[in-house]
Write a protein that binds this ligand. Structure first.
Ligand code: HT7
Ligand code: ZN
Length: 875
């Protein structure tokens, strides 16, 4: 496969003013008539031939300015259409025949549970018709859909519904017009037998917007939460970013078969059912929160992505990083900001840091790719979000808002670059962000090494911070980056001390948190007026996506756990303490006990009612095996898993009575409410339950069975099921699994949870059991959610089983990837990810991982998607 480079970018030789589409939808295929009003781009070199992208297309006819062309006038393959000589302005009409019913890649137009739907980002539109399928070609679309009326009563596309009517043979049609120019990746079409849920939103300027959600009839009762979330997001975007919705109608459609979470098509967002449908009986608290944030994310794209879009796919983070930042701000405003920050930072520190330290490492703005679908990564999304967050921190909220206003105003209707975004921020604030731009250009996670020195006589405390950015593939040398480093100092009494950077500074004016700006290889900051050596609280709020090395003692970490005014760092201290304890137990004889200090810290936490209970629930979670792998130099998964289990067992035995008390205290009565306090109570109670079952506590077992049987919501039911599945109570486990399936087998979203709970459990999810799940009547190789919930959950979450020393987990995964590569290469390529970091592991693992990658490499006709990941990983 070919590598595409950012440095080779050229403006499009032809532009499209209007795109007129007519879809004739049938059971054995679809005929697509497209008429493009095109002209040469005045900014491009003269005389270039017209070359349109295609993918697996069957061409029926071509006409130029109404004149049919014959074979010799053009060159057509399933992947391109070329016409050597065209006038400066012309209309091109093309008819193609496609087969949505056989489309298992789920790119372009395909069928899901009997309905037609599309996924065009990044390069799916070329699977529908020949087109300049690149984001910097923006056109006004008019779409006519024709289909059988009884099978497909609902016909949708982008923009406004301008005409409908009946045709012969029981067919009907609808015409949609989108007044906003858009790139082809934002095109969408849906045709199906769907129920409509209606709502309304009045914008800040008083315009009435029709909100509509379309779902299969069995899901009619699962729409409320998405609609409420949508209205909250619309209001929030007006209030916080001054962004008003622009069309008169906004539609959401839920489909069961979808490669990712959702898609922000103009005015017609399409969602994976699991990311939009919810009712208390079927969705957990986490699912409710995820839906709220994804609905908001897709909605926010209407401005950050649709009105202002990307010039090319190297700029993907322009829309994704900024939109993730916007959705994290929104979620933070809707719930607990500290917990939201912890969730985001832990994903970043475990998964994105791993990506950034592995063979697929790439900058937030990559400079080359083979298959763009492989670059919808944690780096582009989550690190991209952190980069925008750092601009927010450096500029402050007012100047950041001015920058965002300027960006939208300056670039409305354009396809632009991350550099344009940064320039708008600079121009609005007057700040120089030239060094900051390295965050977009350099891959790798910067490491900060911190040293300190207290001078008793002077009452000063010096912090010296060294920065280094590791080498990554293709980038051996790095320059220091511009890092906002938020710090605090905690005094003996547990008080945040005033931070005086000079002796003249008045104590009363000095803040207790400062954002130090690091730009060089090393910096020293001296704090004045300190009576005793403080404990440093570093990188407060996770102010930059970096690693921090500082030799906190266990006592200091305990101190920070109970005194740090920064909630994020309290949690961080708990994770550092627990990691240190777990790591020190690895390879130690079985009779070596867990440091009592950890126990004391957890006992205090369980009893502490003054702290945000959502934070307590988070602090009680031991670092995951994935986090511990990421922190180790060369990982020994089985040793990590064992040490972690030992600590968990000891804690659960010692804290048994505290756990029972915590469980009972947080038991709810009454109706299910999705309020932060209720969510926190359920999280705490269910953590306590999981710990009790981990040590086979009889009372715990009774509580779990009772909770499972009597649950009034899915959070409690699924938590009880998970606790039983993870326990050694085999009889109860099987009984609960059978009952659960019996009760919910008609609901795909719940069955996905049922699969995932088993596949990710180190106890229940043996390889043999996971293989059996693949044969289950509810499993379907064509459905990405099912694949993720069994194969993905096993390889990504059941790490002790996946990394079996005999290599069976790796062989299992390679075999499934090979099969999937034939049907859905995007999903196949994503599943390679658990194998890519083989160099991080001890030989006993890395050899098996590497050989699984080699098996993949040796497949003839490997898709471009899998090829890229496998070859880069083996390099
Ligand atoms: N912008 C959307 C990306 C997306 C996607 C990309 C590749 C293949 C399938 C896809 N489905 C959706 C989602 C988002 O970030 O909002
Ligand atoms: Zn997005």
């Amino acid at each position: 496969p070919q590598t595409i480079y950012l440095k080779d970018y050229e403006v499009p030789p032809f532009l499209v003013d209007h795109t007129d589409l007519r879809f004739e939808l049938f059971e054995d295929g679809a005929r697509v008539h497209s008429t493009l009003s095109m002209r040469r781009n005045p900014e491009s070199a003269a005389g270039q031939p017209l070359e349109l992208d295609g993918d697996s297309l069957e061409l029926e006819s071509v006409a130029l300015d109404g004149q049919a062309l014959s074979d010799g006038d053009y060159e057509a393959t399933p992947a391109s259409l070329r016409i050597d000589s065209v006038p400066d302005q012309f209309s091109l009409s093309v008819v193609t025949w496609i087969r949505p019913q056989d489309n298992t890649r789920l790119e372009g137009l395909y069928k899901s549970s009997g309905m037609f739907c599309t996924q065009c980002e990044a390069e799916g539109f070329r699977c529908i018709t020949y087109y300049p399928d690149r984001p910097d070609v923006m056109a006004r679309f008019r779409t006519r859909i024709e289909a059988d009326q009884s099978r497909y009563p609902v016909l949708l596309s982008n923009g406004n519904d301008v005409e409908r009517g009946e045709l012969d043979d029981g067919r009907h049609y609808a015409v949609w017009e989108d007044p906003f120019p858009k790139p082809s990746y934002l095109f969408a079409l849906v045709a199906g037998d769907l129920v409509e849920k209606k709502d309304q939103f009045t914008t800040v300027s008083g315009r009435e917007i029709d909100l509509r959600m379309y779902v299969e009839p069995r899901n009619a009762e699962k729409c409320d939460h998405a609609l409420v979330s949508l209205k909250k997001a619309m209001r929030w975007d007006e209030e916080v970013y001054g962004r008003e919705y622009d069309l008169d109608i906004f539609m959401i459609v839920a489909v069961d078969d979808f490669n990712m979470g959702a898609m922000e098509n103009k005015g017609l967002n399409i969602f994976n059912s699991s990311c939009v449908l919810a009712s208390p009986d079927t969705a957990t608290d986490m699912a409710f929160q995820r839906i709220e944030s994804i609905v908001a994310h897709e909605y926010f794209h209407n401005w950050s992505g649709n009105r202002v879009t990307c010039r090319d796919w190297f700029q993907l983070s322009l829309k994704e990083g900024f939109t993730v930042f916007r959705d994290t701000q929104f979620s933070s405003d809707m719930g607990s900001p500290t917990v939201k920050r912890i969730e985001d930072a832990s994903l970043l520190r475990t998964a994105q840091f791993a990506e950034d330290g592995g063979p697929m490492a790439h900058p937030v703005r990559p400079d080359s790719y083979m298959e763009i679908s492989n670059f919808y990564t944690l780096t582009v999304y989550e690190k991209g979000c952190e980069v925008v967050r750092m601009i927010h921190t450096l500029l402050g909220p007012e100047q950041f808002r001015a920058g965002s206003d300027l960006y939208f105003e300056r670039h409305d209707g354009q396809a632009v670059t991350t550099d344009d975004f940064v320039r708008a921020m600079e121009d609005a604030s007057g700040r120089d962000l030239s060094q900051f731009r390295l965050w977009y250009e350099q891959a790798g996670t910067p490491r900060l090494t911190v040293e300190d020195e207290y001078d008793d006589a002077q009452g000063t405390y010096r912090l010296t911070i060294h920065q280094s950015v590791p080498a990554t593939p293709g980038q051996p040398e790095k320059q220091p980056q511009h890092i906002p480093f938020a710090v605090g100092l905690i005094g003996e009494q547990g008080k945040a001390l005033p931070l005086r950077l000079s002796a003249d500074e008045d104590e009363n004016d000095a803040p207790t948190q400062r954002v130090l700006e690091l730009t060089g290889d090393s910096h020293t900051f001296t704090f004045h007026g300190l009576q005793a050596r403080p404990v440093p609280s570093l990188l407060q709020g996770f102010s930059a996506p970096v690693r921090v090395d500082y030799p906190w003692t266990r006592d200091q970490l305990m101190f920070l756990m109970s005194h740090d005014p920064d909630g994020f760092n309290r949690w961080d201290a708990s994770q550092r303490l627990a990691s240190d304890v777990i790591e020190s137990l690895m390879h130690q004889p079985k009779d070596v006990r867990t440091d009592r200090r950890l126990l004391t810290a957890y006992r205090h936490l369980l009893a502490d009612r003054s702290l945000d209970q959502a934070l307590v629930a988070r602090m009680l979670q031991l670092p995951t095996v994935a986090a511990l792998i990421e922190q180790s130099e060369t990982a020994d998964v089985q040793a990590i898993h064992e040490a972690r289990r030992r600590v968990l067992t000891e804690l659960a035995v010692e804290l048994r009575d505290d756990l029972v008390a915590c469980y009972r205290r947080n038991q709810e009565s009454g109706e299910y409410r999705l309020e932060p306090e209720d969510i926190a109570r359920r999280a705490l109670k269910n953590t306590a339950l999981a710990w009790l079952l981990h040590v086979k506590d009889e009372e715990g077992r009774m509580l779990a069975v009772k909770q499972f049987e009597g649950a009034t919501n899915m959070t409690d039911r699924a938590s009880a099921l998970r606790a039983l599945v993870n326990s050694d109570f085999e009889g109860d486990r099987q009984q609960a699994l059978d009952r659960f399936y019996g009760q919910f087998k008609e609901d795909p979203q719940v069955v996905e949870q049922w699969f995932a709970i088993q596949a990710s459990s180190p106890n229940a999810g043996s390889l043999a059991h996971v293989e059996a799940l693949l044969e289950h009547e509810a499993f379907d190789w064509k459905n990405p959610n099912k694949i993720r919930s069994v194969v993905g959950a096993f390889a990504g979450q059941n790490l002790s089983r996946f990394h079996a020393k005999d290599g069976s987990g790796y062989r299992f995964l390679a075999k499934r990837i090979l099969a999937l590569d034939e049907t859905n290469p995007q999903i196949a390529a994503r599943l390679v990810s658990p194998l890519t970091r083989w160099r991080k592991f001890k030989n006993v693992y890395s050899e098996g991982m590497k050989s699984a990658l080699e098996t993949l490499r040796d497949k003839p006709d490997l898709s471009k998607d899998v090829y890229e990941v496998v070859h880069k990983s083996l390099k």
